[in-house]
Write a protein that binds this ligand. Structure first.
Ligand code: ASP
Length: 307
């Protein structure tokens, strides 16, 4: 049985000056994830640890390094899914927690629910033993500067961020040697979003999906469009009807573009370990490790993507 890991670090017009930081962050996570998968042969545990490491990388908009909303707060969304039993854990608009993906996993494992949001999610996290952190601890200088610059502007058109501006959400899909799949995505959302805004990331079928019978998917990009398209489930459906992962991703993104004029990127694995991705933003940051080790970690430009 083949094993495979695919991760992403967002899809937008990533400037050349940031390529190295993205590639280094993805490489550190992928090295640790690959070692973890060899050691445990457990797709879900590997997916969770990859997402936690990516949240801790300040180059990405997830956990530490999250964008600030219009009120100058960090509100994060995260979701994770096991393809074994289709169990899901998710948090939405969660503040004051260093690793939202770990809280999402606690929702999956320790509650009868799929998603907790806002204050209730924070209270649950504290009860589960997570430490409350101040917003300041999650900020990097970059995010504060971005927030102050946006605050001066009258109209902020959020969708334009994916055509030119940051979207450094992170995601992972993993297949282990026992044929189990897992997928997850975590984000600080879009810069300058309204307080309480929830995007695609914590919603199974939009921001991620996994089913051992077919494959696993994680998305990034303009969340409102991804939600309206049910993007991850569209990729799953295409894989279920026999499409290769890259072709399935392309089909879903072309629907997103033609119906909603959306911008996004998707990574996908099928249950035989074949991997693919597709995006219609200017660039996407992706990494892939097969059974023999890491094969690539790169910021890829549109037009360079192979399927
Ligand atoms: N999809 C995320 C959101 O809309 C943003 C991103 O992927 O960067 O919250």
């Amino acid at each position: 049985m083949k094993t495979a890991i695919m991760i992403h670090g967002g899809a937008w017009d990533i400037p050349a000056s940031l390529h190295e930081a993205h590639e280094e962050g993805l490489m550190r996570a992928l090295e640790a994830g690959y070692a973890r998968l060899r050691e445990t042969n457990d797709a879900h545990a590997t997916c969770l640890s990859l997402l936690r490491i990516l949240e801790d990388e300040p180059a990405f908009d997830a956990g530490t390094g999250s964008f600030l909303n219009a009120e100058g707060e960090v509100e994060m969304d995260a979701g994770i899914m096991s393809g074994e039993d289709l169990s899901v854990g998710a948090v939405a608009a969660l503040k004051n927690i260093k690793n939202p993906i770990l809280v999402a996993e606690a929702v999956r494992g320790n509650t009868q629910h799929v998603m907790l949001a806002g204050e209730g999610a924070l209270r649950f996290a504290i009860k589960e033993g997570f430490r409350r952190v101040e917003t300041e601890e999650l900020l990097t200088g970059r995010e504060k500067e971005r927030y102050l610059a946006l605050k001066k502007r009258k109209n902020v058109r959020i969708k334009s961020f994916f055509e030119q501006r940051p979207s450094d959400t992170v995601g992972a899909v993993v297949l282990d040697g026992r044929g189990r799949l897992s997928a997850g995505t975590t984000t600080g959302g879009t810069p300058y979003k309204l307080a309480g805004r929830v995007g695609d990331v914590p919603v199974a079928g939009s921001g991620f999906y996994a089913d051992n019978r077919s494959g696993a998917v994680s998305a990034t990009g303009w969340g409102e469009g991804i939600l309206r398209a049910g993007l991850a489930l569209r990729v799953m459906r295409a894989m279920e009807s026999g499409r290769e992962p890259g072709a399935a991703a392309r089909e879903a993104i072309s629907f997103l573009k033609s119906r909603i004029n959306g911008e996004a990127g998707v990574i996908a694995l099928n249950n035989e370990g074949r991997a693919g991705f597709y995006f219609n933003t200017p660039c996407m940051a992706v990494g892939y490790a097969g059974p023999a080790g890491i094969e690539y970690v790169r910021v890829i430009r549109r037009g360079e993507q192979e399927i």
